[in-house]
Design a protein around this ligand. Structure first.
Ligand code: FAD
Ligand code: NAG
Ligand code: NAG
Ligand code: NAG
Ligand code: NAG
Ligand code: NAG
Ligand code: NAG
Ligand code: NAG
Length: 591
């Protein structure tokens, strides 16, 4: 009998070797699939394989097309349109491949060549789990770089990959809602739940449960996918304090693994995979075809808006910033969670600027506005003592969670994307903010960063409460720092579309070498870390920052389930064994 190992060696020999044994097969290699082979993949995915060009190619010679270019130009910042396009991500910088001087921007002149960048060469626009199995098997057989794109929102460049075959999950929109969900392999009901296909987006999920007078834990975005990178990366929610992280509420995943099999992962089978898929990060352990999440009864919500403003550049702003953070633990203990937006340098007219914090926290299961106002009174008193600080507030009661979500969180039609975005972020603990000097040290750190006009610090009060309590109830790969966290804080930087590689590198380098160390030093190296879905794309020591003590187990599971590294995502588990583009293995398990 010929051993499976020999068979696979023969298969590789017949296909032809890539340029280097440790690299993916690339278009210039003799192993690249022939037209006939691509066409056979096309048949297995029901004719839904497309050759892909960047969306802006129609705005450049030689393929310039005025009508098509107008559509692209009008849609450029529309996240809903971008999520459906095989030839687009959400952030221009991940469509480009600056290291190779490749981009295709609408901002560049018509006569500038449109280069492929990190946009996949082919896309399998999958409709079913079996389509996904065919695409995974094809990529595995031909040793191709695989990219999984759901909505393309990833800030770390995980859903685009150069010279790759893309699996686009966008069209997998099945939704099933049940009153009693029994995981496969169990006989015990987990209660009401929703099962969503890989391509379902947050508003689609919220609408579906609202029709059943129920709600579900999700994020705040028109376009982020509920089953993809969001939940697999942990999934924070403005209602996290109430019911936990999205991944805390995941009951079961259907997944196509690297060997092409479709498996079920839950508390009863494939438990390692189930553990890893809740917080281990998207694009790493398999292609999720569907996920089942708990649903909850509708409850009323009070939204409380509290704004703090000083004259622009008044140093007392940072005292107010410290007091706001010192007040967060008691407000969060009182049930408040949501967001705050701080603009240290906010021009409100040509000659006047202010420094401000605009906060919007939600209180589920609350109707008594006066009771919530009381929670903020000690803060208001402290701010009055500082002087020079203006405070206003407004309470907005909602009858249901879904009316809160659609009015306050995702009003309008789309998120504005299409630009260039590089984040720096940190998780901060409740212990820090309840300590004597913690809020002051946090304020000093943010004060020492350079704030250009309109620059925004976004604070996410999406932990505490159930997120903290789930430390003892949910065993998942989520960064243990989430259980101690009270605020996930971030800011972003950008550059012009025509910036040179050196200009881009300078911004990134200042973030990783100067700004992130400032944010990190507040609690000390490796104490807390960062949220992997909204972090710097070049995060130093990403393994400890994104997963803390869970990293070694995640790495082990990755080696077991995907020894050849078919699923590699930037700054994902196991990505340190590959080059930045995921094209060549640089260490680890060499064949
Ligand atoms: C406007 C906006 C709002 C946001 N709001 C929130 C929020 O409220 N809470 C929060 O936690 N995060 C939020 N995020 C961050 C968000 O969670 C990440 O951007 C996440 O990566 C999006 O996942 P996606 O599947 O939609 O995107 P994609 O970029 O398509 O995918 C992200 C990663 O997941 C992988 N992936 C996608 N689908 C699958 C699949 N079916 N199986 C396996 N891997 C898959 C991809 O390969 C990639 O690695 C927000 C982002 C934006 C831009
Ligand atoms: C796949 O097949 C469809 C339908 O036959 C065809 O329209 C499409 O061009 C094919 N894709 C590729 C990449 O050849
Ligand atoms: C990068 O590409 C642009 C336009 O295609 C060209 O003008 C420039 O010289 C290139 N730079 C390098 C370093 O190759
Ligand atoms: C949801 O609640 C509304 C108002 O209370 C009621 O009219 C409707 O029948 C309910 N729908 C379901 C599916 O229970
Ligand atoms: C909120 O505004 C109301 C009305 O102006 C005021 O009475 C109340 O004191 C304010 N609450 C706080 C915490 O500032
Ligand atoms: C707080 O500031 C935001 C943003 O500027 C504004 O929309 C809101 O109306 C303000 N709230 C109050 C109560 O004035
Ligand atoms: C680096 O970041 C710091 C803090 O934001 C800032 O003060 C400094 O100007 C930046 N340096 C460069 C070269 O951009
Ligand atoms: C980029 O474009 C701007 C104008 O939009 C121009 O001033 C600048 O010189 C350009 N930079 C480079 C590197 O080409």
């Amino acid at each position: 009998m010929i051993s499976p190992l020999l068979l696979s060696l023969f298969a590789n020999a017949a296909i032809g070797a890539p340029q280097s044994a440790n690299c993916r097969c690339r278009p210039s290699d003799s192993c690249w699939p022939s037209v006939k082979e691509w066409s056979s993949l096309n048949k297995t995915v029901h004719g839904n394989l497309v050759a892909v060009r960047p969306v802006a190619s129609v705005c450049h010679q030689p393929g310039y097309n005025a009508d098509a270019c107008k559509v692209v130009t009008d849609s450029w910042t529309d996240s809903v349109w971008r999520s459906s396009q095989p030839g687009a991500g959400q952030w221009e910088n991940w469509e480009a491949w600056p290291e190779r001087n490749q981009s295709c921007y609408i901002e560049s002149p018509e006569n500038a060549a449109c280069q492929q960048g990190r946009i996949s060469l082919y896309s399998a626009i999958v409709q079913s789990a079996s389509d996904i199995q065919h695409a995974v098997q094809f990529a595995s057989t031909h040793n191709l770089r695989l990219a999984i794109k759901n909505t393309g929102h990833d800030f770390l460049g995980r859903s685009t990959a150069p010279e790759s075959l893309q699996i686009l999950t966008h069209n997998m929109k099945d939704i099933k809602i049940v009153d009693s969900f029994v995981p496969k392999g169990s006989s015990k009901s987990e209660g009401p739940a929703i099962t969503i296909g890989a391509g379902v987006q947050l508003p689609e999920m919220y609408e579906a449960v609202a029709q059943h007078n129920r709600t579900v834990i999700g994020g705040s975005s028109h376009t982020v996918g509920a089953a993809g990178g969001y939940v697999q990366g942990g999934g924070h929610s403005p209602f996290g304090h109430w019911k936990g992280l999205a991944s805390d509420n995941a009951l079961e995943f259907e997944v196509v693994t690297a060997d092409g099999k479709l498996v079920t992962a839950n508390s009863y089978q494939n438990t390692d995979l189930f553990w890893a898929l809740r917080g281990g990060g998207g694009g790493t352990f398999g292609v999720v075809t569907s996920v089942t999440l708990r649903t909850f009864e509708e409850v009323p919500v009070v939204v409380y808006n509290f704004n703090i403003t000083t004259a622009g550049g008044d140093p007392r702003f940072w005292d107010a910033f410290a007091e706001w953070h010192a007040a967060l633990p008691s407000i969060n203990d009182g049930g408040g969670s949501g967001y705050y937006f701080s603009l240290p340098n906010y021009p409100i007219s040509a000659s006047v600027s202010v420094s401000t914090i605009f906060s919007l926290l939600m209180f589920p299961e609350k109707t008594d506005v006066a009771q919530i106002d009381l929670l903020y009174q000690p803060l208001a008193a402290k701010l009055r003592q500082i002087g020079g600080v203006q405070v206003v507030n407004e309470s907005i009661p909602f009858p249901t969670m879904s009316s809160t979500i659609f009015t306050m969180l995702i009003g309008g039609q789309s998120d504005s994307t299409g630009g260039i975005s590089m984040l720096a972020s940190r998780l901060y603990s409740k212990d820090l903010l309840t300590s004597q000097d913690g809020p002051g040290r946090l304020a000093n750190a943010f004060k020492s960063i350079k704030w250009n006009p309109f620059a925004e610090i976004i604070g996410h009060v999406v932990a505490g409460g159930a997120v903290a309590a789930n430390a003892d109830k949910v065993d998942s790969a989520v960064n243990p720092a989430w259980r101690k966290a009270i605020s996930h804080m971030l800011f972003s930087r950008s550059w012009a579309a025509n910036a040179t590689l050196a200009e881009q590198t300078a911004v990134i380098k200042n973030m990783t070498d100067v700004e992130i160390p400032i944010l990190r030093a507040v609690e000390g190296e490796d104490q807390m870390g960062a949220y992997l879905n909204e972090a710097n794309a070049y995060e130093p020591g990403f393994q400890a920052a994104f997963w803390g003590a869970n990293y070694p187990r995640l790495y082990m599971i990755k080696q077991k389930l995907d020894p050849k590294g078919l699923f590699i995502s930037r700054k994902g588990v196991g990505s340190e064994d590959w080059d930045d583009a995921g094209l060549c293995r640089t260490s680890g398990n060499h064949d």
